[in-house]
Design a protein around this ligand. Structure first.
Ligand SMILES: C[S@@+](CC[C@H](N)C(=O)[O-])C[C@H]1O[C@@H](n2cnc3c(N)ncnc32)[C@H](O)[C@@H]1O
Length: 272
């Protein structure tokens, strides 16, 4: 451990998160393309609170072609499967790259606290701001919500790090996902206004092509949408109560060749 002028031991100052992320970003060749190879973090549109309402995976591999924070793959024992994440936003993908391939528990524990009132331009902080506009901010002022979300997330990173070390992430478009038999958890930016916040937003997606692609996957598909989803025969999964009496509908399109016990629960949702 380095010493200061008084000869006392001092802690090595924690590295800036962006340095850690940059160091961990490398390229690989996948499907003939050069890609950045790249959870557990706060994320707008994440499925953490409602993951329990989705069908369990029936295949050994889970692919999340719109990864975000990949809450479905982390839910209960799902993380033990072969998990393949695809995420188009390089900033989000680089968080995964760091967590999967580089981060250690000590490094995470040494990440500095955030204090209300200070500013940060680290994307990993910005994404914890609990607003869909976060994707458009370059710098953010730390609010009490952000300070708390960050504190919780650091703990969650450290506690769950072991679960994701065998996962893979690709910084790419969903359509480049490997053509394999799997449980496909497809959670794109929702069509229309709800999906506008992301850097790669609903405005940039051709939903009819996405539907055609999804129907051609091998294995099973669990496809999430909001109430504007009209390009597949979605069924209502849940109605979520929001603030000020507002509510939103979570829709699902579920197609599986398997008829296990648990699909009884989802019998009304399955598209045959
Ligand atoms: C609704 S969020 C996914 C949330 C995720 N299920 C979770 O639990 O956090 C959609 C994600 O898809 C990403 N995305 C948007 N367009 C994409 C594309 N064409 N290919 C791959 N990822 C894309 C966005 O950056 C965003 O992270």
């Amino acid at each position: 451990m380095p010493e200061n002028a008084a000869g006392k031991r001092r802690k090595t100052p924690p590295k800036k998160i962006s340095e850690l992320l940059k160091k961990s970003l490398h390229t690989i060749v996948f499907n003939g393309r050069l890609l950045y190879l790249c959870l557990m973090f706060y994320y707008y549109g994440r499925k953490k609170q409602i993951a329990k309402h989705y069908p369990c995976p029936n295949f050994d591999t889970i692919v999340e072609p719109f990864a975000g924070s990949a809450a479905y793959s982390l839910y209960q024992d799902n993380w033990k499967k072969n998990v393949i994440l695809i995420e188009k936003d390089p900033k989000v993908a680089s968080i995964w790259e760091w967590l999967i391939n580089k981060a250690t528990i000590n490094e995470i524990k040494n990440l500095p606290d955030l204090k209300v009132g200070e500013k940060s331009s680290e994307f990993l902080h910005i994404v914890h701001a609990a607003t869909k506009m976060a994707f458009h901010f370059k710098t953010i002022k730390v609010t009490p919500v952000l300070e708390r979300n960050w504190e919780i997330s650091r703990r969650v990173f450290a506690e769950n790090l072991h679960k994701i070390k065998h996962w893979q992430i690709f910084n790419s478009d969903y359509s480049t996902a490997p053509d394999i038999e799997a449980t496909w958890f497809i959670d794109p930016p929702y069509k229309g206004e709800p999906g506008l916040g992301y850097k790669f937003s609903s405005k940039m997606l051709d939903y009819n092509s996405l539907a055609e692609w999804a129907l051609n996957r091998k294995g099973e598909i669990i496809f999430c949408e909001g109430e504007h989803g009209d390009y597949l025969p979605f069924k209502q999964l849940l109605e979520l109560k929001g603030v000020a009496g507002k509510s939103s509908k979570e829709m699902i399109f579920y197609k599986t060749p398997i008829k296990p016990k648990q699909t009884k629960l989802f019998a009304d949702l399955i598209d045959i």
